[in-house]
Ligand binder design. Structure first.
Ligand code: NG6
Ligand code: CA
Length: 496
């Protein structure tokens, strides 16, 4: 585990991870209708990737991969989790923050978690210390919300405990279909309390005037205010960075933004910031958060010595279950850029995401077409830090350090991604191969093409970035080969 301690491998590292931000949502990726000046500036100062992928078209599995260096299929619980799920990362598993700890870093997480809390042996008691949180997985400091902005409990968890909990007003959470609490406001019983309507789902508890997934009772003082989420997380991220300055250690921060996931509730300042309604406004707010972060780094004079990776956990969706006029006001904006499909989808819109890497004097400026996966960050950081990985660490992570800093224009030979129902896509060179699977080709509620088909699909991304022309019948050998390769990856042993 030899760690070389020269200045170059003692850089601070920040991963800024957006939630449901699409390949076309940022100015630097072609958006004209949402201004993102801060991310565009970040892009200008670093490297913009055009062929970077999350490992999944939804949140939990992508987050599992980034933090463990494993493809989601290696964990059969890596699916969109309810807010009361046990933690799906085993306590013993090597994690990215542990890697940084081994290299002598101070580590922190701020923002969305969505990987479950508690060891799962008994239901979580939100009124006590939680026995398995990010603190047990390599983060020295942790300030999170448990699942998503649309799932209860709508509270912050700091370290092991719910923040601002009043023992006189204990929190109870249920994900049963029927509400077990007869004294709480619910969507169908108390429509007069709603300030935002559901278009599908989100009709259980009402918290802060918004219908949520799951039922929650109590915890009145602990409940977050949706319009304050962005600033609360930003302040915590800034506080973590400031406090890290007092230490003789570099830091690693995983800053998981909650935007632009539903429900989209910007702070007053960003209400109406764009012509696209709440979805555009929260992207403008997200951009502001990143700008504030950069200003902080510059103010502390550590910008030169900090690497930032900015990305998103999965592709975009307009209507994800609330009536917030995302479709009506979208106009000509293309949230997935030229890609087909979006969140949930096996088409590239589900998993090909914005991916920016900056680090002055290290990362080249410009555009990289290298093929990289978020699962690769783990092994790439190990390289950067000079830390040897053990055979069972980050088994799917490839060392893409040279690609990340702009020295290798090619990156991976191939990578695998999953759609919401765990169907597989293999990208190899210019080919995308979508393995046959049952299911509807279109998700009507979110209006997204799933990419599901009982026929094999093969697209040449060089000529057909929008995946319009299936050439599987013209290249039967390629199809056969790629299907075999997918099966081989799935069967592969869990060692590096
Ligand atoms: C879906 C939710 C959606 C969103 C998603 C998870 C409904 C109808 N839809 O089940 O709103 O919460 O789960 O998103 O409830 S993710 O980005 O965290 O994966
Ligand atoms: Ca997401």
């Amino acid at each position: 585990m030899g760690v070389k301690m020269d200045k170059t491998n003692r850089r601070n590292v920040i991963i800024v991870y957006a939630d449901d931000l699409g390949f076309g949502d940022l100015g630097c990726y072609g958006s004209h209708r949402i201004n993102t000046p801060n991310l565009d500036r970040l892009c200008e100062e670093g490297l913009k990737f055009t062929n970077a992928y999350a490992t999944s078209a939804v949140c939990t599995p992508s987050r599992y991969s980034i933090l463990t260096g494993r493809y989601p299929f290696r964990n059969n619980r890596a699916h969109i989790l309810p807010g009361n799920a046990g933690c799906i990362i085993e306590r013993e598993l090597d994690t990215m923050p542990r890697l940084f700890q081994r290299a002598g870093y101070h580590t922190g997480i701020v923002g969305k978690w969505h990987l479950g809390l508690g060891d799962g042996n008994s239901p979580i008691d939100w009124n006590r210390e939680i026995n398995l949180t990010p603190i047990d997985l390599g983060f020295d400091e942790s300030f999170i919300f448990p699942a998503t902005a649309d799932r209860v409990p709508c509270v912050y968890v700091e370290g092991r405990s719910v923040m601002n909990l009043d023992p006189e007003d204990p929190i109870e959470v249920s994900y049963e279909d029927e509400c077990p609490f007869d004294d709480i406001p619910t969507y169908h019983k108390n429509p007069e309390l709603l300030k935002m309507y559901s278009s599908h789902g989100h009709d259980m508890s009402i918290v802060g005037g918004i219908g949520r997934i799951g039922y929650m009772r109590g915890g009145k003082k602990a409940v977050w205010k949706d319009e304050e989420l962005a600033e609360t997380f930003l302040n915590r991220a800034v506080r973590f960075i400031e406090e890290s300055q007092g230490r003789n250690q570099p830091f690693f921060l995983y800053y998981a933004l909650h935007q632009p996931h539903v429900p989209r509730v910007p702070s007053a300042r960003f209400r109406g910031a764009t012509a696209l309604g709440p979805r555009g406004d929260v992207i403008a707010e997200l951009d502001w958060c990143v700008g504030e972060l950069i200003n902080k780094l510059k103010g502390l004079d550590i910008w030169e010595n900090t690497m930032i990776i900015f990305s998103s956990d999965n592709g975009p969706v307009l209507d994800d279950g609330y009536v917030d006029r995302a479709f009506e006001l979208n106009g000509t904006h293309r949230a997935a850029g030229p890609l087909r499909g979006g969140k949930y989808s096996k088409f590239d819109g589900g998993t090909r995401i914005p991916f920016l890497v900056t680090c002055p004097n290290l990362v080249r400026k410009g555009v990289s077409h290298a093929l990289v996966s978020q699962v690769d960050l783990f092994a790439s950081f190990a390289h950067m830090l000079g830390v040897q990985l053990t055979p069972d660490s980050a088994v799917d992570s490839q060392d893409m350090y040279a690609a990340l800093i702009g020295e290798d224009p090619a990156g991976r030979q191939e990578l695998m991604v999953e759609d919401v129902s765990c169907g597989k896509m293999l990208r190899r060179g210019n080919w995308t191969y979508l393995s046959p699977s049952e299911g509807l080709p279109y998700m009507g509620n979110v209006r997204i093409e799933t990419g599901l088909s009982e026929d094999p699909q093969l697209y040449n991304m060089d000529y057909d970035i929008g995946q319009q022309t299936n050439v599987a019948w013209d290249y039967e050998e390629v199809v056969k080969d790629m299907e075999e390769r997918l099966q081989a990856i799935i069967r592969s042993r869990r060692t590096r």
